[in-house]
Design a protein around this ligand. Structure first.
Ligand code: CP
Ligand code: NVA
Length: 301
């Protein structure tokens, strides 16, 4: 593994290995391997972030390196300098890059032109770091994903949903996307996903039925703000609330990538009742991303 650009590009074995590594790093947090000694990593963010930014800054330090946060809008990038030129400049100065932006192609181009180990910290297409942390949380809470059924509710064509779809295809667990027609995964995307582990279901109660994990994300992803009112209106039946959860398996785990908008995709009472898991999931971003960096350094050694 030379980069982490998507879940799509990983094999099932690579995903499982990263999750196991993340579990180990969490157990032994005080003795993290110092694989980044003497290294500076650039964190280029073109979108807002709390968890991703903080977990990468802390994780890079815990691995012995120095993070350098760069807001895309304050770089020449924000004034139109091409990604490939930015990449070639940084490639001569820093040792690795973490990028949050819009187009997946920009992360692919950055990795190519910079020749740096490059990590996708969220694009419009995928959020691979999130899904690795989610799988780690499933490992901790359910002993893994084998034989489990996960339901993703809400915007079934967003980055987080797409990374879940790839995780299901690669690892072989059942995934139900509970979404209305307007927010179901695009056919052009689904036609490229191998296997038959993913089912799309428009009825929210049927979607969560028989599920071990019920997962949601914001209804209005970054960059989609102009569609807010329409999205909230159409997605309302997919809110995670007590009534909907009565259709899921007893003891089903609720997960949310955060930030959460209470009263929209999840009610306050359900969010608070499942806060232990949800904030473990947020913490696991740190461990999962450290696992990715350790693996990237191993591949380059
Ligand atoms: N879940 C997630 O990526 O959170 P941030 O947007 O705060 O980084
Ligand atoms: N789908 C969301 C994820 C936020 C972490 C977005 O792209 O805004």
């Amino acid at each position: 593994m030379n980069h982490l650009l998507s879940i799509e590009q990983l094999t099932g074995d690579e995903i499982a290995h990263l999750v196991n590594r993340a579990v180990d790093l969490k157990k032994n947090r005080k003795s993290s391997p110092q694989v980044l000694t003497g290294q500076t990593w650039a964190l280029i963010f073109n979108k807002s972030s709390t968890r991703t930014r903080v977990s990468f800054e802390v994780g890079i330090r815990e691995l012995g390196g120095s993070p350098m946060f760069l807001s895309g809008s304050e770089m020449q990038l924000g004034r139109g300098e091409p990604v490939k030129d930015t990449a070639r400049v940084l490639g001569r100065m820093v040792d690795g890059a973490v990028i949050r932006t819009y187009a997946q192609q920009d992360v692919v181009d950055f990795a190519h032109y910079s020749k740096l180990p490059t990590i996708n910290a969220l694009t419009d297409d995928e959020h691979p770091c999130q899904i690795l942390a989610d799988l780690q949380t499933m490992q901790e809470r359910l002993g893994g994903w084998k034989g489990k059924r996960v339901c993703f509710l809400g915007d079934g064509d967003c980055n987080v949903a797409r990374s879940w779809i790839w995780a299901s295809a690669r690892l072989g667990f059942e995934l139900v996307i509970g979404a209305p027609k307007a927010f179901q995964p695009a056919e052009s995307f689904m036609s490229g996903v191998p296997g038959n582990t993913v089912r799309v279901e428009a009825d929210a109660a049927k979607a969560v039925s028989g599920c071990d994990v019920v997962y949601t994300d914001v209804w209005v992803s970054m960059g989609k703000e102009a569609e807010s009112a329409e999205r909230i209106d159409i997605l309302r039946p997919y809110q995670i609330n007590e009534q909907l959860m009565s259709h899921a398996n007893n003891g089903a785990v609720i997960m949310h990538c955060l930030p959460a908008y209470r009263g929209k995709e999840i009610t306050d009472s359900v969010m608070e009742a499942h806060a232990d898991v949800i904030f473990d999931e947020a913490e696991n971003r740190l461990h999962a991303q450290k696992a990715v960096i350790v693996e990237l350094m191993r591949a380059r050694a």
